[in-house]
Design a protein around this ligand. Structure first.
Ligand code: NAP
Length: 279
């Protein structure tokens, strides 16, 4: 049996560390506050927003919830974000995506002050990540790095292959692995001979968005496999981008779905909020 990389346990560890830190900050007169904006009532978004509020409550972060109607205009949303940018009490601003089609998400992300951009999606945050400057990092890939480090998996010098080049997962993931001195290859839908590329990987991070796409033929023996994917199968059970049952006999370590990368995203969001307040 390979090492199971336990995202539930590691995310709980991180949240407990943050809880203790927030307590110390409070004793020193510093509080932490996150503003969460949701437009419309997409059920999946409501679940995510609720989970974020619960995590804030556990750690001792105040959360301000803005639940806006579907018809909210771009101008109204910009106005709210600008108001929160100016509000000294608010350390982090999160606009839950996706936004309704009539709102330009990129424009909204650009409106958030880079000092409060706890999702790490603002172009300034992305630029800072690329040049190795201090800034907020997109939560899911930051969570993957924590999973590897806290599981005792060395990144430096390793062949790392990331499948996927999205702005929220694949691209920042590849830059973070590079920052940790991995030798990084990014594969995508136009990659030729995907299996040959992925079989080079000591560490394979899969963010392809296709249920159980990656089987043992894509994986080198004793590789570490991180499955970012998140899907509901026909029986409404969660599964990843990796065929866990097929791959598990071949790898040295692997993240399960659920209980792998998933819980790390919120933990790293909380981490970013605390950092925003420390700044
Ligand atoms: P995405 O925007 O759909 O990106 C998918 C990437 O996979 C694209 O870069 C695409 O290439 C590439 N791809 C698609 N088919 C391919 C193929 N046959 N061969 C090689 N590459 C292929 O997805 P995402 O937002 O990055 O999310 C990826 C997965 O992670 C999803 O399952 C999502 O639900 C999950 N996710 C989980 C969390 C979490 O908290 N655990 C957070 C975010 C996302 P092109 O660029 O060429 O189209």
């Amino acid at each position: 049996m390979p090492q199971l990389i336990d995202g539930k346990k590691i995310s709980a560890e991180i949240k407990d560390e943050l809880k203790a830190k927030v307590q110390r900050m409070k004793e020193g007169g510093v509080s932490v506050c996150l503003a969460v904006i949701q437009v419309g009532n997409d059920p999946a978004s409501s679940i995510y927003v609720n989970n974020k509020k619960k995590a804030c409550a556990y750690i001792g972060i105040e959360s301000l919830a803005y639940e806006l109607p579907e018809e909210t205009t771009q101008e109204e949303l910009v106005e709210l974000v600008e108001k929160l940018n100016e509000d000294k009490k608010v350390n982090g601003i999160l606009v839950q995506l996706p936004l309704p089609a009539h709102i330009d998400s990129d424009a909204i992300i650009r409106t958030i002050s880079p000092d409060k951009d706890v999702d790490g999606f603002h172009p300034e945050s992305v630029g800072r990540l690329c040049i190795g400057a201090d800034g907020f990092v997109s939560c899911t890939p930051a969570g993957v790095i924590q999973l590897l480090k806290r599981s005792g998996i060395e990144i430096a010098g390793k062949e790392c292959v990331v499948i996927g080049r999205s702005n929220i997962v694949g691209k920042p993931m590849s830059i973070l692995l590079l920052r940790e001195n991995g030798t990084v290859t990014v594969a995508h839908s136009r990659t030729r001979n995907l299996k040959e590329v992925t079989r080079r990987a000591d560490i394979l991070v899969v963010a392809i968005g296709k249920p159980r796409f990656i089987n043992s033929e894509y994986v080198k023996e004793n590789a570490v496999v991180i499955d970012v994917g998140m899907h509901r199968n026909a029986e409404n059970k969660l599964c990843g981008d990796v065929d866990f049952e097929d791959v598990k006999g071949r790898v040295s370590a692997i993240t399960p779905v659920p209980g792998g990368v998933g819980p790390m995203t919120i933990a790293m969001l909380m981490y970013n909020c605390v950092r925003a307040a420390e700044k």
